[in-house]
Design a protein around this ligand. Structure first.
Ligand code: SF4
Length: 456
């Protein structure tokens, strides 16, 4: 299915669509307040963008520096070319320690690699410890947002889920009581966890440490209680120096949720005595994206989610309509790089209004890249035949003024007499599903202009 077909499913529930739209707009407004309260925000944005540009231009150097520093700290570093290799490294490490219970904090990379199903298939219990992630894990759903994975759910949905899985009272939708139930449930899992898996927000090349930002402290609890810590990171997570970090921590949470800073910003540099720490560095298509000059900047993304919160298409179509781990405008740029055919409709899921580009804290030219992807997809023959032929027809009409004038005349007359059921037929005019056409004018602008010229 295309993005618009999947959106149709989301849009069937009109109340939920409105609620989803308004909730994300509320988050966007919180972001605006936090940003305007910081006079130097635009300078930080520029600096963040330049640091990322620089790092990507010397990625091979910084990756080697990071590996060397991490090894010096006693951390074991692994390299994975793709999702399958990543999953097999992680499973191998768990098995090597004879472990069967894993706690995992939020990591979009492990979602991207489909790590959970791989571990479960191999007899490992894996528990997501971020509250939003745990809710969707119980429901066997994918995250619908990079920062707010369960944003598509209402508290009533969570109440029903916890009633089924945690035995809370039926109809109990009180957020405080539900959170308490989740806390009790997760506490047991934390204490039983033998291996802790975490994502990585930033990896610092000069120190070899990884930085994980959470609001719940779940990564810290998991890592400190387990014997083995496996940190999984995409190779684009690097920043050169420790002193660069504050630039990103200051823009990340303000852009994500409007908070001045995340509740926990934890640095993991070396294993505690008697424990092991591993870092798995994953490519999975990133080198390919780095090699595409038009799309390279998408690797600067720090996964704040601001482009999703502001996007009018995302807010009204929901994260699942993208059918890709990273939804929204940035996902629509990253996904065709992984599978051009499967995700060909995503770069078209945008009004190209540019709001995503305006809010991006690392200045990714998101809407320009979406427009570029459309051109690439058309050149590669990855757009539907109906779109291809209608664009060809339109191009030949628009390049012939006589034909354009005649076409306009026929349409103006035709629209007066054609039955509504025909002009608004769902099958070939999806534009008209939720819109009415204006009354056709009696004359075109050109005709009106020529008449005015004559009269004067
Ligand atoms: S593209 Fe920019 S705005 Fe969107 S998630 Fe990434 S950093 Fe945030």
């Amino acid at each position: 299915m295309s993005h618009s077909q999947r959106s149709d499913i989301f849009l069937l529930d009109a109340d939920r669509t409105t609620w989803h739209d308004e909730t994300l707009w509320f988050v966007r407004q919180k972001r605006d307040k936090a940003v305007y309260a910081l006079p130097e925000f635009q300078d930080l944005r520029e600096l963040a963008s330049q640091i990322k540009n620089h790092t990507l231009s010397k990625l091979d150097f910084y990756l080697a520096q990071f590996e060397e520093a991490a090894k010096r700290n006693g951390v074991q570093v692994h390299w994975a070319a793709d999702a399958a290799e990543h999953n097999s490294i992680v499973l191998g490490l768990i098995k090597k320690h004879g472990a069967t219970r894993v706690v995992k904090s939020k990591s979009m990379l492990t979602e991207e690699c489909h790590l959970n199903p791989h571990l479960i298939k191999n007899g490992i219990e894996v528990i997501d410890t971020d509250l939003g992630e745990r809710i969707i894990q119980m429901r066997e759903e994918a995250p619908s947002h990079v920062v707010l994975p369960a944003i598509h759910l209402k508290k009533e949905d969570v109440g029903d889920t916890f009633h089924i899985h945690l035995g809370t009272a039926k109809g109990n939708n009180d957020p405080q009581q539900l959170t308490e139930a989740a806390r009790q449930h997760l506490r047991e899992k934390f204490l039983a966890g033998e291996v802790a898996i975490s994502g990585v927000n930033f990896a610092i090349a000069e120190t070899g440490s990884v930085v994980v930002c959470t609001n719940e402290g779940n990564a810290d609890l998991g890592v400190n209680l387990a014997k083995v810590h496996i940190a999984c990171m995409g190779m684009e997570k690097l920043i050169p120096r420790l002193s660069d970090l504050s630039v990103f921590t200051r823009v990340l949470t303000r852009s994500a949720t409007g908070q001045p800073v995340t509740t926990y910003t934890s640095h993991f540099t070396k294993p505690a005595p008697g424990k092991e720490m591993h870092i798995v560095i994953v490519d999975n298509g990133r080198t390919k994206q780095l090699g595409r000059p038009d799309f390279r900047a998408s690797l600067k993304c720090i996964r704040c989610g601001a482009c999703m919160n502001t996007c009018p298409v995302y807010r009204r179509s929901g994260g699942h309509s993208y059918d890709f781990t990273i939804p929204g405008p940035i996902g629509a740029i990253l996904s065709p790089n992984i599978d051009m055919r499967k995700h060909a409709s995503l770069p078209f899921a945008s009004t190209l209004c540019g709001s995503c580009t305006d809010v991006c804290p690392v200045k990714i030219d998101i809407h320009t890249q979406l427009y570029k992807w459309r051109q690439v997809l058309a050149a590669e023959g990855e757009i539907p035949a109906s779109k291809k032929w209608s664009m060809r027809l339109l191009s030949s009409v628009l390049s012939r003024p006589g034909m354009y004038g005649l076409g306009g005349k026929v349409a103006r007359q035709g629209l007066r007499f054609l039955p509504h059921g025909l002009t608004h037929a769902k099958g070939y005019n999806p534009w008209a599903i939720a819109r009415e056409l204006p009354e056709p004018p009696k004359q075109s602008f050109r005709e009106w202009y020529a008449q005015q010229q004559k009269n004067s």
